[in-house]
Design a protein around this ligand. Sequence first.
Ligand code: GLY
Ligand code: MN
Ligand code: MN
Length: 449
Amino acid sequence: MSDDYSDKNPSLGIHYPAHIQELSARHDRALASSGASHVVIFSGCPKVAFLDDFQYPFKPNAHFLGWAPLTNLPLSYIVYSPGEAPRIIYYLPHDYWHPVPGQPDGYWTGSFDIRIVHSIEDVGEHLPDNRDQCILIGEIDDPAHAFGIERINPTSAINILHYARGVKTDYEVACMRLASRRGARGHVAAEAAFRDGLTEFEIHQAYCQAVSQADNELPYSNIIALNAHGAILHYTDLDRQPPEETRSFLIDAGAQVHGYASDITRTYSFNDMRFAALVERMDTTQLEIVSKVRAGVDYRELHVDAHRMLAGVLVDAGLATGDPDTLLETGVTSAFFPHGLGHLLGVQVHDAGGFMENEAGLMIDPPSGHPFLRLTRVLKENMVLTIEPGIYAIDMLLENLRGTPAEHHVIWDGVDWLRPFGGIRIEDDVRVMADGCENLTRDAFAAVH
Ligand code: GLY
Ligand code: MN
Ligand code: MN
């Protein structure tokens, strides 16, 4: 597989028409549920900072992005009418203050009826005349952007589309393989920068350089955490000062290709053998969890299973004592591992539909005591999701165990040892198969090393 991230990549072009076919079928069902004839999808409107004239970086509607790899095309529309090629109303403003999007180009153009407009007022003439037969999907802050369409984001249609989005098309998987490859290159560069003793800020620069993406193009803010910072789950500061002593490095960083994300975490020991051994143990445990991924598995059970496996790691690492069920029931494993095992991945890093039992919108709650689990579905072939177990020394959570039956199952000296290293998370992106899974992340590292 080549590393061609561009819209000229033939391997994306090959899969794209079937992707459009599948999206069309999903939108046919969404229309039937709404009793409407056309779906209109708005890409979004740039947001302006409070009392300012500067715009936040543009983040397109994920529904728009799923149709076409247009990550930076504000104020544009896609119109889907059954039996017709999807239409795109492609807004190319006359603007000398800002860069304007290029002319439509690349593998996606052959699948669309493209209408270029230079003025917002001209959008209306390319929309279906019978607006009462349209549903609109998008964030509408200004009623003028609805062009008279009154049915905005009808729940039944959104449910159908979100549920279906859990399963990826071959085109989407191809984009995500590339995103994984791109992210793995960044991780290799970041590890080298860490080994050179650079600061968090410098490691971040090395990462962005290697993936050739600026902060705003990354799928989420990089977590570049040296030492104890690894215990702050969403640590997105970038320290400009080197630590007095470099001990550990937790990096959670992805990349995107045509809007599709990778989401990858690795943890490294600088030169401490005990921490290195624990990282190694977490790595084999993570792979053991990955080996259980296959179609038909209930992800809630996999999450609870992971807690049991992590209980064994905590005991062997001198952080806890007791059998797995006791450590689970008393809340010891949750204090060390306080987030979900993973989530669906796609055009959104936490992709939509993770809690859906069916397309009618019935929801599946996380298991009791595990409120942060974002994926509760039974796995299906071609779902793409993360497996990201972690253990951390988070005093706020561990201190809550004092005075409870859990207190005597925690080895507090062990916590004192782990604290300066922060924690460990290992995160891979996997595609579910009938009898196992494809590990996009491990494959990508193997290819770029
Ligand atoms: N990087 C965000 C997450 O792992 O969910
Ligand atoms: Mn993740
Ligand atoms: Mn992550």
